[in-house]
Design a protein around this ligand. Structure first.
Ligand code: PGA
Length: 250
């Protein structure tokens, strides 16, 4: 049971088309009810649906974000890319940066740092993803990996107020596996401490992501220090997404 304000970020990845938008009607309806008072819901659909989501959610409390952006602050000759200014123009408020699926596709820490800087310049709130691989976990290198990603990704950034961290162990994404609560709490507190020391700011939100579903939320919600969840697969099914939100506050 928690009364703490929580984030629920729906990462739709490369799923969804124009017909799937109406599937969120039940989430919109519920967003007006009491159960949602302590929650912030953010949909991050693919680029092709961003504008439709912004229009559909215009008069609701639900917000919209993109799943990535190019590092250039300004328009330029980058075929196939979208920068943060374009995302901001659509009236989106958030952007996910550093997702492990994009790191695997070649995003380096340096590029991620540039993306974060350009997103902040364009007045977006960044959902900055970090997390260790299974091999790193087994070799007990998790904390070293996390602090490395934080230090490199946030290099030269002075103000962290518009950055939310999403801790997503890579081995947990889409696998059905989640860390043990004790381990998860330890890593969440570690992240919060690194940031507190680095930025002298105590209020950074740290979300958990990786296989969050209506079953394991009963364990995850016990960790009060988690400020919310980044949800992939389960967020594409409105019933599951609603269930996760409801159960968080039960
Ligand atoms: P998942 O994805 O919930 O499907 O594991 C989470 C994510 O990749 O952000």
């Amino acid at each position: 049971m928690t009364n703490k304000y929580k984030y629920f970020v729906a990462n739709w990845k490369m799923f969804g088309d124009i017909r799937t938008i109406n599937s969120i009607n039940s989430v919109i309806r519920l967003s007006k009810s009491k159960i949602f008072i302590n929650s912030k819901i953010i949909y991050c659909p693919p680029y092709t649906l961003l504008n439709s989501f912004v229009q559909k959610l215009k008069n609701t409390k639900i917000e919209v974000g993109a799943q990535n952006c190019h590092e250039s602050k300004d328009p330029g000759p980058f075929t196939g890319f979208v920068n943060s200014k374009m995302i901001k123009n659509l009236k989106c408020k958030y952007v996910i940066i550093g997702h492990s699926e994009n790191r695997t596709n070649g995003d380096t820490d340096n590029q991620i740092n540039k993306k974060i800087q350009s997103a902040l310049k364009n007045d977006l709130t960044v959902i900055f993803c970090i997390g260790e691989k299974i091999k790193e976990k087994k070799e007990k290198k998790t904390k070293r990996v996390l602090s490395g990603q934080l230090n490199k990704g946030l290099k030269n950034i002075k103000n962290i107020k518009n950055i939310i961290i999403a801790y997503e162990p890579i081995w947990s994404i889409g696998s059905g596996l989640i860390p043990k609560n004790i381990e998860l709490l330890d890593n969440i507190l570690f992240i919060k401490n690194v940031l507190k020391k680095k930025f002298k700011y105590k209020k950074t939100k740290v979300l958990y992501g990786g296989s969050v579903n209506p079953k394991n939320i009963k364990d995850l919600r016990k960790i009060n220090q988690i400020d919310g969840f980044l949800i992939g697969g389960a967020s594409q099914k409105p019933n599951k997404f609603i269930d996760i939100i409801k159960k968080t506050f039960k």
